[in-house]
Design a protein around this ligand. Structure first.
Ligand code: GLU
Length: 281
């Protein structure tokens, strides 16, 4: 099997050691196997993503010596592609518009009968006439996946997690996720699935914080007839106080380390140590 890995940062801040670890794990996997390492900028959120962070990411990767193959996929330039994926799901009757505001959702989530603590599907049963009327009023809405229907479409689903094995798909805790907004025909879930397939990604290395989301990703892959990569979710890196690294913490950023005189060779040595610790944990 030809190995293709990827690093897919969102340019909402500077890369920290945790990002560097994901990038390096994916890069070394590709390089050790004569495969390809792809780079993708997940920048669909125009408010939070900044061009300055995008160029800083490229500069930091180059500083570390992590070179990528082919063109960089910049998601904000491909909205029409994601719209097509959304339409393909809509054509299967798997989407519905949700008009709930944030506060309405918070209220519904605190209702005692909502045991799962996920969006309770308030708008799922709206009649076509009500939907049309709300849209005509110009009410804001998001497109949600009707997860019940989606599950009926696929008999079973799941993913292969390296070092663990097969994980059965399970949407508990996720529910009817948002796949697009009125003004943005895309969401992280939709774009990541579309682009991993487009970039022929065979192995995804990323942080443990995205493990749950993988259940949605593999379900979407099935619904859109896309192949599923093999996943490896690594533990999240923490600072010396055990706190998760944050994009806001300058000291943990590659930039901050570089400014403090740490060399790329030293950073790479630290990443290797982290891998050893992860492997023996
Ligand atoms: N864009 C996501 C982030 O920066 C990563 C997505 C992924 O690796 O699937 O957190």
């Amino acid at each position: 099997m030809e190995v293709t890995t990827r690093f897919a940062p969102s340019p909402t801040g500077y890369l920290h050691l945790g990002h560097a670890y994901s990038a390096w794990a994916a890069w070394s996997r590709a390089r050790e196997n004569g495969g390809r390492f792809r780079l993708r900028l997940e920048d669909i959120d125009g408010e939070r993503c900044k061009a300055a962070f995008a160029s800083a990411i490229l500069e930091d990767l180059q500083w570390l010596g992590l070179d990528w193959d082919g063109e960089i996929r910049v998601q904000s330039l491909h909205m029409a592609d994601y719209r097509k994926s959304l339409q393909a799901l809509d054509a299967q009757g798997l989407l519905y518009p949700c008009f709930c505001s944030r506060s309405e959702i918070t209220r519904a989530l605190s209702a005692p009968h909502n045991l799962e603590r996920v969006y309770p599907g308030t708008c799922r049963g709206l009649s076509a006439a009500k939907r049309a009327a709300r849209m005509a009023e110009g009410k804001n809405f998001a497109w949600r996946l009707d997860s019940g229907r989606a599950l009926q479409e696929v008999s079973d689903f799941g993913f292969y997690e390296e070092d663990i094995g097969w994980i059965d798909g399970d949407l508990v805790g996720l529910g009817d996720v948002v796949l697009a907004r009125r003004d943005l025909p895309a969401s992280y879930h939709l774009c990541v699935v579309h682009d991993d397939a487009l970039q022929n990604v065979s192995h995804v290395a990323r942080g443990r914080d995205l493990f749950e989301a993988t259940h949605i990703h593999v379900l979407l892959q099935r619904l859109l007839s896309l192949p599923s990569p093999i996943y490896a979710h690594h533990s999240l890196l923490t600072d010396s106080d055990g706190r998760r690294l944050s994009k806001r913490d300058h000291a943990a950023s590659l930039r901050g380390l570089r400014q403090a005189g740490v060399s790329a060779t030293e950073v790479l040595a630290r990443l290797r140590e982290i891998r050893l610790r992860q492997e023996t944990a």
